[in-house]
Design a protein around this ligand. Structure first.
Ligand code: FRU
Length: 458
């Protein structure tokens, strides 16, 4: 079994490919009772390579069924990231016999030996519930010779009664509109000025959420591997979208990320769901290719339902609730032991507190709230780390984020073999991270008075 890992680290509640490599989630669309997850996929190796769209689907976002690859590199290039929509009104004309097409829009990445790579936008459609796709013969629908011009996210633009799309273009995003998903017109731009992260922007998303009876728009953008940001992370902005372009309400004092942990990149949301559901690539691009997981490499984050919350210390912030909560029971008071490698902990308390998970190998994963009212996680002693110098460094081991609340707290940790997510303060802080303990964590303790409940799978 093992090619590089010390034991089986495959999670049960987080998606991982059967074999080979994955990075970004793509084409997230709900149709006919199934959540589809297409994903950046190299089927022939456990590192990044010729990009295909892999495919899985699920009825509950917890258990995934694997399906055949739907798109492979062709004469226009590799199949990079993108999105998918249900074309209920058959605006593109791909529908047949009353069947609603799923239309995917993605980037064709053209690779040249001379290094003059370029990226163009293409579409493909499915008439069999996402199982197979046919390339549109008019591709590319947005021709270009730009190098960093990718990851189209299509949405319904209600203001203009057409399709909208947001695309990463170098160090900014572009907005587009279309009546038929084939012919696109650019309507605006946002970025890169101000205190926003430097570097290439990737995988944008734009969607409305309600807060205090008002609609605000959230623009999320993955900010490529950037040392200051602890690698690749997803920044977000809150503002207005007038149908053409995005205007932020103001600036956060520092770049604000959808996740305070190390491992959530290229995150985007589902199309055609009542709730706004987010999935990210659950690894960090700076070390993902070296993670010690044998026949597959990389996982997706736990899907998360997003909302906006008006917080006492931070104003309006993005918040999330993990769908994995649906998998666990009500919980029982902890006796200090842990039940296997899939569990949830709910820890309540007030003031500084460090919670420690330990194993027989003397390794520890810690998290909690510090004296400065910051939440933190520390995976510096949590298991294998020498497979990559960055993963093993302090910068990628301990991370803190200020809380948006004072006083009592509730820390909720989901642990799934090698993927752990910590949620606190109504999900306004989330830390997603991977870790590779030599042996299962078997005990839990807290260094200050706290109530610990242990939840097992239902
Ligand atoms: C983000 C990304 C995207 C691109 C894809 C290629 O991780 O770089 O911008 O489309 O991965 O695999």
């Amino acid at each position: 079994m093992s090619t590089k890992g010390i034991r089986d680290f495959r999670p049960e509640l987080h998606f991982s490919p059967k074999t080979g490599w994955t990075n970004d989630p793509n084409g997230l669309v709900y149709e006919n009772g199934r959540y589809h997850l297409f994903y950046q996929h190299n089927p022939d190796d456990t590192v990044w390579g010729p990009m295909h769209w892999g495919h899985a689907s699920s009825a509950d976002l917890l258990h995934w069924e694997h399906h055949p690859i739907v798109m492979a590199p062709d004469e226009l290039g590799m199949i990079f990231s993108g999105s998918a929509v249900c074309d209920i009104e058959n605006t593109a004309g791909f529908g047949k016999d009353g069947k609603t097409p799923i239309v995917a829009m993605f980037t064709h990445h053209h690779h040249t030996e001379t290094g003059d790579d370029y990226e163009q936008q293409s579409i493909a459609y499915s008439l069999d519930d996402g199982m197979t796709f046919t390339m549109y013969e008019g591709n590319p629908v947005i021709p270009s010779r730009m190098r960093d011009f990718r990851d189209p996210k299509v949405f319904r633009n209600e203001q203009k009664g057409c399709w909208g799309m947001v695309l990463a273009a170098g160090d900014r995003v572009h907005f587009y509109a279309s009546k038929d998903l084939k012919s696109w017109e650019k309507t605006g731009e946002f970025g890169p000025e101000g205190n926003y992260s430097e570097g290439v922007w990737e995988c944008p998303d734009l969607f409305p959420l309600e807060v205090s009876g008002e609609t605000r728009w959230v623009l999320m953008v993955s900010m490529g591997p950037n040392e200051a940001n602890h690698g690749g992370r997803v920044q977000y902005f809150i503002g207005a979208f007038d149908g053409d372009t995005f205007t932020p309400d103001g600036r956060f004092t520092a770049p604000e990320f959808i996740d305070s942990g190390f491992d959530n990149y290229a995150a985007v949301t589902y199309y055609n769901t009542d709730e706004r559901i987010l999935v990210g690539w659950g690894d960090n691009p700076v070390y993902a290719g070296d993670t010690p997981t044998n026949e597959f490499c990389c996982v997706m984050t736990a899907p998360r339902v997003l909302s906006l919350v008006d917080t006492p210390l931070g104003g309006v912030r993005l918040a999330g609730r993990p769908v994995t909560d649906n998998a666990f029971d009500e919980g029982t008071p902890s006796d200090g032991t842990l039940p296997g490698e899939v569990f949830k902990l709910t820890v309540t308390g007030e003031g500084p507190c460090t919670v420690t998970l330990s194993n027989e190998a003397g390794q520890q994963f810690t998290f909690g709230v510090n004296e400065a009212n910051e939440a933190f996680i520390d995976r510096s002693k949590a298991g294998a780390r020498d497979f990559n110098p960055l993963f093993g460094s302090d910068w990628y081991s301990v991370i803190t984020a200020p809380r948006f609340y004072e006083g009592g707290w509730k820390l909720e940790l989901t642990f799934d073999h090698s993927a752990a997510e910590l949620f606190l303060d109504n999900g306004t802080r989330v830390f997603s991270q991977v870790l590779f303990p030599d042996a299962p964590f078997t005990s839990v303790s807290a260094d200050h008075a706290a109530e610990i409940r242990v939840h097992v799978l239902k």
